[in-house]
Structures are given as C-alpha cells and as structure tokens.
Design a protein. Structure first.
Length: 210
C-alpha cells in the first residue's frame, strides 16, 4: 500500500468558494485565529495533491501535517480540540451531546434540504424541500427570543453550523414570515457582524445577500 505524504508545513483547507461546508470550516478557523492556507478549487478540477491524500476526492478537505480530514463535522471538532481557545463546544457531557444532536439535525434535515434545492432550484423536489426547511426555521424561531445563540447563551459550534445556512436563505429563495424574521433579526445581526464571520466570507458568498 502506498501512503501519500503531505508536503505542506502549514494547515491547508481545500474548498469551493460557495460550498456551505467549506464556509463552516473557514468560520471556525477565523474564530480560532488559526493561520491556514485556503486553496479554492472546484469538485471537477481537483489538484493531484488532494487526490493523493483524500481517497474520496471530495471537498472541503482539511490537511494538517500527517492528518487529512474530509468529513466537515470531524474537521470542526478537530479544530476546536486542537485549538482550545476560545472553546466552541460545551464542557459538560450532556450539553456537549445536545450540541452534537443539534448539529446532526441541521446536517440531516436542513442541509439535505439545501442540497436538494441547489441541485435543481426549480424542480418539484426543491419546492418540497424549500417548504420543509421554511417550516422548520419558523418552528424554532422562538428560541432566539430566549437565547442569544443557537440553544445557548454562548457562541458555539452550532452557530458555526447554522449561520452559513441562514446566510444563504435569500439565494435559496426562502423568505421568513415577518413574525419569525423578527425573532431571527438580532441573532443574525449578532452572528453576521462578528469579525470572524465577515472574514470567513468569500467574494462569491458576499454576493448571496443584498
């Protein structure tokens, strides 16, 4: 078996300029103040270096010395553990488990809806996914009247997971009803105005909101 070796001395993230998972990782890198090289690539034109290190040939891919991470959720938790300050996961096991469940739901239900819409924005599947996503966002909007952040008084990885999706609602042609939008406004302002979030945005992502 041939083992590929990373020849870079600096942590490197390979990602697309609009990929929502890459945005998550860039957000966490910025929050942690981690110096990393960001290599913008497309899924249909991946560099040989990435192909050698990632057996699934997917992006985003985070490379840190001898470690190659090609599952975004694992990459986020790795960054939080590798660079513990500021911590982005709760200390207590029950709260940590609840945070992991929240991120799992965001990925399984809301990100899958996002991917369905992106794949064929005008298709029937996208119409159903758009409605389901909107209904879910409306149903949880009340939590932002009670907490400053996603299910928490503190900024966590859940916010790094959720914020890139909220940033893309306009692009997805999803408009929150006034009552729900009012609940989200302070939260979105609080997140979107964070220096790390602004730093994480690519030029293409900045164009997603007018």
């Amino acid at each position: 078996m041939v083992v590929a070796v990373n020849k870079r001395s600096v942590m490197t993230l390979f990602c697309d300029t609009t990929d929502i998972y890459g945005h998550q990782i860039r957000f966490v890198l910025a929050e942690k103040g981690v110096t990393a090289e960001i290599e913008f690539v497309t899924a249909d034109d991946l560099p040989q270096e990435l192909l050698d290190l990632n057996p699934y040939a997917t992006i985003p891919t985070l490379i840190d010395r001898d470690l190659t991470l090609y599952e975004p959720h694992i990459a986020l938790e790795y960054l939080d553990e590798r660079f513990p300050h500021p911590p982005l996961m709760p200390v207590y096991p029950i709260l940590r488990a609840n945070a992991r469940l929240a991120m799992y739901r965001i990925k399984k239900e809301w990100y899958s809806a996002y991917e369905t819409i992106i794949a064929d924005p005008n298709g029937s599947a996208a119409k159903t996914a758009r409605k389901n996503l909107l209904d879910d966002l409306v149903s949880i909007s009340v939590i932002f009247k009670e907490k400053d952040y996603f299910m928490s008084d503190d900024f966590t990885l859940c916010d790094c997971y959720f914020a890139p999706l909220l940033w893309r609602l306009q692009m997805l042609n999803i408009e929150l009803p006034k009552v729900a939008e009012k609940n989200y406004l302070n939260y979105m302002a609080r997140i979107f105005e964070r220096p790390a979030f602004m730093q994480s945005l690519t030029d293409d992502e900045r164009k997603m909101r007018t």
